[in-house]
Design a protein around this ligand. Structure first.
Ligand code: GLY
Length: 287
């Protein structure tokens, strides 16, 4: 499946479920002096996640171009990019965990409307709970009801399963979806085996659903937001690598022409350096 087809399917899937399609906002934030670049799909939506009414309604979908300078030192590995596109669907106080998780699962696995991925290669993580929020049993139950075995649902702490765009703003616990990238398939994994597979990049995170109902200020959760929101994020680059059965997005149609030009013009034969140049060219062009 080409990256264009992945983008097209994502937008039509959520449009058919009542979401208004938004264009990607500018990479230079228009009304947010707190950040230099748009770093996440939710960034242009912060006022609406905080409770303002969005002119297009309470269910939105977009593919947002993002630049994350925080990941610069990791560029060249299998999964970080300074420029990337984030597919996301949002509920602004409309649906919550049931619909968000069900739709994520359906989009990932449906052959006709979604990506047709193998459900036997999926693993999910949920928030294990702390002083800010209780253990997310609800998300785990929904995953189980959709067919994910309990042995492939792991509970992790805030460092893995709590998402916020920075020290202040809307935030919340999330559930994350991982896909087995190995040829053979890893099968059932105990928690420590799953964590090792994550380290080895044998399983990679392909999507997160953030249940954004908390507000953070100066690094601390200070209370609940006016409404329960959903903020999801699936990177086009990682999903394209999965769909085109490549180890990295650099080998997919997203990077093919850039990598070829670098080969034509340069003397670089170190793969990591080639990837860094390709990533930075793309970022510069879009900025
Ligand atoms: N959904 C949050 C993010 O990964 O951008």
């Amino acid at each position: 499946m080409t990256s264009d087809e992945i983008r097209r399917r994502f937008l039509s899937f959520f449009k058919a479920r009542g979401h208004a399609v938004l264009p990607s906002a500018s990479l230079v934030p228009e009304n947010d002096p707190t950040v230099l670049f748009t770093t996440a799909g939710m960034q242009p939506l912060i006022p609406y996640l905080m409770g303002e009414q969005h002119p297009q309604g309470d269910k939105l979908v977009s593919i947002q171009k993002c630049v994350r300078t925080g990941d610069l030192e990791d560029i060249g590995d299998n999964r970080h990019f300074s420029f990337f596109e984030m597919m996301g669907n949002w509920s602004l106080g409309s649906y919550f965990k049931d619909e968000a998780i069900t739709w994520s699962y359906q989009f990932l696995t449906s052959k006709s409307e979604g990506l047709g991925l193998d459900p036997n290669r999926l693993y999910v993580t949920c928030f294990e709970g702390d002083t800010n929020a209780t253990k997310d049993e609800k998300s785990a139950e929904i995953w189980f009801s959709l067919g994910i075995p309990k042995s492939r649902i792991y509970f992790l702490g805030a460092e893995d399963n709590w998402w916020s765009p920075g020290d202040s703003g809307p935030s919340g616990p999330d559930t994350e979806m991982f896909y087995d990238m190995t040829k053979k398939g890893l099968g059932d994994l105990k928690k420590h085996e799953f964590l090792n597979a994550m380290q080895r990049e044998d399983v990679i995170e392909i999507w997160n659903d953030v249940f954004m109902e908390f507000q953070k200020k100066d690094g601390k959760v200070i209370g609940k937001l006016k409404q329960q929101n959903v903020d999801t994020g699936a990177g086009v680059e990682r999903i394209t690598a999965v769909m085109q059965r490549k180890q990295t997005a650099y080998e997919t149609d997203l990077f093919e022409s850039i990598m070829k030009k670098i080969d034509d013009f340069s003397m670089i034969d170190n793969m990591k350096q080639k990837r860094i140049v390709a990533d930075h060219i793309r970022t510069s062009v879009f900025l």
